[in-house]
Design a protein around this ligand. Structure first.
Ligand code: ZN
Length: 139
């Protein structure tokens, strides 16, 4: 573990019809946030998520073509391929409160979203593929 120090915090609404992951990534790139965390609540028009198959060591992807609440989005910000990278997971709910969730990928479209992005000072976290899991984990 590494000690990090909160520095700047950004809070605001994201745009209707934007891609959720792209919108969060754009904030980090515009504000040059290389290390931090993100959280959000709101609603999406549809969702695209990933699930990591631990035996095959590969992601499978699925879409949920429904209007859903964002009950929770939690993620971190670090560097991948030289650029700020957001790794986020979401829990989403339908009109009966049934929940779905997974690893956020492009294709999740915002209906409305309120996000908080927290920048940290600290060591540079870079992602490299780690052989045991096959995942691009922190070095
Ligand atoms: Zn993930």
């Amino acid at each position: 573990m590494h000690q990090v120090t909160p520095t700047r915090t950004f809070m605001g609404g994201l745009d209707h019809n934007d891609d959720l992951l792209a919108a969060l990534t754009k904030i980090c790139q515009n504000e040059n946030i290389k290390l931090g965390k993100v959280e959000a609540i709101g609603a999406v028009k549809k969702a695209a998520l990933g699930y990591y198959n631990q035996d095959k060591k590969e992601y499978s992807y699925f879409t949920i073509d429904r209007h859903l609440e964002i009950l929770n989005l939690t993620g971190n910000i670090s560097i991948k391929d030289g650029k700020p990278f957001v790794h986020a997971h979401v829990t989403l709910a339908d009109d009966q409160g049934n929940s779905f969730g997974g690893h956020l990928i492009p294709g999740t479209i915002i209906f409305a979203c309120e996000a908080i992005v927290q920048a940290f000072d600290g060591p540079e976290f870079k992602r490299e593929v780690e052989p045991v899991t096959g995942l691009p984990l922190w070095e």
